[in-house]
Ligand binder design. Structure first.
Ligand SMILES: [Zn+2]
Ligand SMILES: [Zn+2]
Length: 370
């Protein structure tokens, strides 16, 4: 498939060249890989999934950077590879750099285990997912099918050795700042290069990044995500935000406000749905309609993240507590604590400017492996 648009060039305030390379990481799923050329330093921010199409697109992007922009770069000469977070569409091709080139590979400490102990991660995550699906009210047949789909992804990647583990506030390469932004993924980072902020899947220009509950993966969940949005909103001097998918964002605070507003609206929807006791499967169906295949897990996780947030705040309670205390892992039913006539609360955590840029925010689902 031919990808449009082709490579785009951005520049930081001092003239660091940033090439945005569109890469089809899975069918119909486009990631942005960024090539940062700064003096004698060359850095890749994310590397794509490693599928044949993804690798071909990446190589074609490099060829275009050489031909159209006259840069003397190729994959094997890259010095630093920064992985934004441990979702396979962003890191899957990393083995090439750890095994076949001299590049230094960097990732946040909370996501490093996914890359250097991938098998362990898949085994544990599929067990936690099973508990989550049982409690959600999903039928056994559907559960098994989804678990198998999930486990299948373990054949996709083999663990790699990493060169450097990152923490929040680290300065790397030529003084680029690491901002840790847990929520969408435990160890996700935004990378600040002068007045350019690489936002990865933390802030996207149209889609609201996928959420899953902290009960499946610690450091995920809406609580962390909203805090991380607030944190990034306060970063000063950002003129341009470059996301992991979709197009560049010129007004980052406005986009963040729109995403927050979207989640607040969804939290209120959940409270409304739970006026009658509801399982997570029911909440998910009410929010997103019936889904099939892997999008079913994604919808359930998205609903689960919102229910978890409300439950932890005491806005929801368990309607069948007696049954939950008696049985080993029954379906949990949630209900809104407020009476039928009480107004629903959940104001935005800070003054949101409104709906600018939220037009596509109703599309909650990303196709992303663990
Ligand atoms: Zn992601
Ligand atoms: Zn992604």
């Amino acid at each position: 498939m031919t990808i449009e648009p082709r490579v785009q060039l951005h520049r930081s305030c001092s003239g660091i060249r940033i090439y945005q390379l569109p890469v089809e990481t899975f069918p119909q799923h486009i990631n942005n890989v960024y090539l940062i050329l700064d003096g004698d330093r060359s850095t890749l921010f994310d590397v794509g999934s490693g599928t044949p199409q993804s690798v071909e697109d990446l190589r074609r992007g490099f060829a275009e950077v050489r031909a159209r922009f006259g840069e003397a770069v190729d994959l094997s000469s890259i010095q630093h590879v920064v992985i934004s977070h441990s979702h396979i569409d962003h890191f899957g091709f990393v083995a090439y750099f750890t095994r076949e080139s001299d590049a230094e590979v960097l990732i946040h400490e909370l996501d490093a285990r996914v890359l250097n102990n991938f098998e362990e991660r898949i085994v544990l995550a599929s067990k936690d997912l099973r508990v989550f699906m049982e409690r959600s009210g999903m039928k056994p047949g559907a559960r098994q099918e989804l678990e198998e789909m999930y486990r299948f992804s373990k054949h996709f990647f083999k663990s790699v050795e990493l060169d450097r583990i990152l923490s929040d506030g680290d300065r790397i390469i030529n003084g680029y700042t690491v901002h840790h932004v847990p929520g969408h993924c435990p160890g996700q980072i935004c990378l600040q290069v002068e007045d350019v902020l690489f936002t990865a899947d933390h802030v996207l220009s149209r889609i609201t990044p996928h959420q899953s509950p902290a009960s499946i993966t610690p450091f995920c969940g809406l609580e962390h995500y909203l805090q991380s949005l607030d944190k990034i909103r306060r970063v000063e001097g950002v003129a341009l935000a470059l996301p992991g998918h979709e197009e560049a964002i010129s007004d980052l605070p406005a986009r963040i406000d729109a995403i927050v507003t979207h989640h607040m609206r969804r939290l209120n929807q959940v409270l409304e749905i739970c006026r009658e006791p509801a399982s997570l499967v029911h909440v998910s169906k009410q929010l997103f309609g019936a889904k099939s295949g892997y999008t079913r897990i994604l919808a359930l996780e998205e609903a689960g993240a919102h229910v978890e947030y409300l439950f932890q705040r005491g806005e929801l309670r368990i309607a069948n507590l007696e049954e939950v205390s008696r049985e080993s892992n029954p379906v949990i039913y949630y209900e809104t604590r407020r009476g039928a006539d009480a107004p629903l609360p959940i104001p935005p955590p800070w003054g949101c400017a409104g709906e600018a840029g939220a037009r596509d925010a109703e599309r909650p689902l990303r196709e992303e492996a663990p």
